[in-house]
Ligand binder design. Structure first.
Ligand code: NAD
Length: 288
């Protein structure tokens, strides 16, 4: 049984499928799906994420463009989103977060037409996710995690799933997806007292904390499946490194399966974004 859950491998398989599907759709319609990414400011990590998204779109036959603003206010940004909502050539709209502090993020996300909300952050899609599990689009990182669990034969039904982190983009939506799949779900966060008493009961432990090496061996149940969502940029031994929220080497012998960082959840996030953009194209062109 493979212990390392390989997100890179699965993401390549998904991308191949999306590429083939996108070619079929091109033959059928003469059109290609298009994703528009909006970026505000000069956050270095965001720049890397946005350029990776563009590159990945290219690889699978999805058109993409980036609208980059150094300086813009909430009203102007909403105006631009409304124009994109009306633009029939644009299938997916993604606002790269975080936005600069002068912008009302909530209002901006709510301005996106839910049918083009390929990040799955619009309240229509998040509400549908919680109520009956059928949003137009599942949020990319949580759905990528779900696919990793399924493809690696991790049983979810009846299991204790503990999530560290309650953000709208990771913690809450993955809780909803696991709950829908009949796990018993606990969400822990910065105000949780005695965190280990929860994590030690987890058959599936998901760390979305944003703190390097936060999860140690003494917090993990023997045989647990550990999913590390963290992307933390640190300097270690004089080198720039990206590490997860889990101390991988420390917990490795105790767990039954684990995602590495990099090469675990990260590549799946982009693969799901591409899948969502393809789905947006199909919905908007009435293709089943
Ligand atoms: P966030 O900062 O919005 O949320 C962090 C959560 O951790 C909060 O809910 C907070 O309550 C909780 N937390 C903080 N300290 C804690 C503590 N001591 N004990 C228990 N809980 C604690 O972060 P986020 O946006 O959810 O992202 C989490 C991590 O995942 C980050 O490292 C981020 O870079 C990464 N991330 C990765 C991907 C990917 O594609 N792999 C996508 C999104 C986020």
């Amino acid at each position: 049984m493979e212990k390392i859950i390989d997100g890179k491998k699965l993401s390549l398989k998904l991308k191949e499928h999306i590429k083939n599907r996108s070619e079929d759709l091109y033959k059928l319609t003469g059109k290609r799906p298009k994703l528009t990414v909006i970026m505000v400011g000069n956050n270095q990590a965001s720049k890397v994420y946005v350029s990776n998204k563009e590159k990945s779109c290219n690889e699978v036959g999805i058109h993409s463009n980036v609208l980059h603003y150094d300086n813009i206010d909430t009203d102007k940004l909403i105006e631009i989103i409304k124009e994109l909502n009306e633009d029939k050539d644009v299938n997916g709209i993604l606002v790269q977060l975080p936005l600069s502090s002068n912008i009302d993020e909530k209002k901006v996300i709510e301005a996106i037409d839910p049918i083009k909300d390929v990040d799955g952050f619009h309240p229509y899609n998040t509400g549908k996710l919680w109520i009956n599990g059928d949003p137009y689009f599942y949020p990319c990182t949580p759905y990528g995690i779900y696919k990793l669990l399924i493809e690696n034969n991790v049983e979810i039904s009846g299991k204790n799933a503990v999530i560290i982190g309650r953000s709208n983009i990771v913690g809450k939506p993955i809780a909803s997806i696991l709950l829908k799949n009949d796990a018993t779900v606990t969400i822990c966060h910065s105000k949780t007292s005695d965190l280990s008493s929860y994590t030690l009961k987890a058959d599936i432990l998901i760390a979305a904390v944003g703190k390097p090496y936060f999860v140690k061996k003494d917090m993990v149940k023997e045989g647990a499946v550990v999913i590390d969502v963290g992307i933390n940029r640190i300097i270690e031994d004089g080198k720039n490194k990206i590490v997860g929220d889990v101390d991988y080497n420390d917990v490795f012998d105790k767990v039954s399966k684990i995602t590495p960082v990099p090469g675990g959840v990260g590549p799946m996030t982009i693969a799901v974004l591409l899948e969502n953009t393809l789905k947006a194209f199909m919905i908007q062109n009435n293709i089943k």
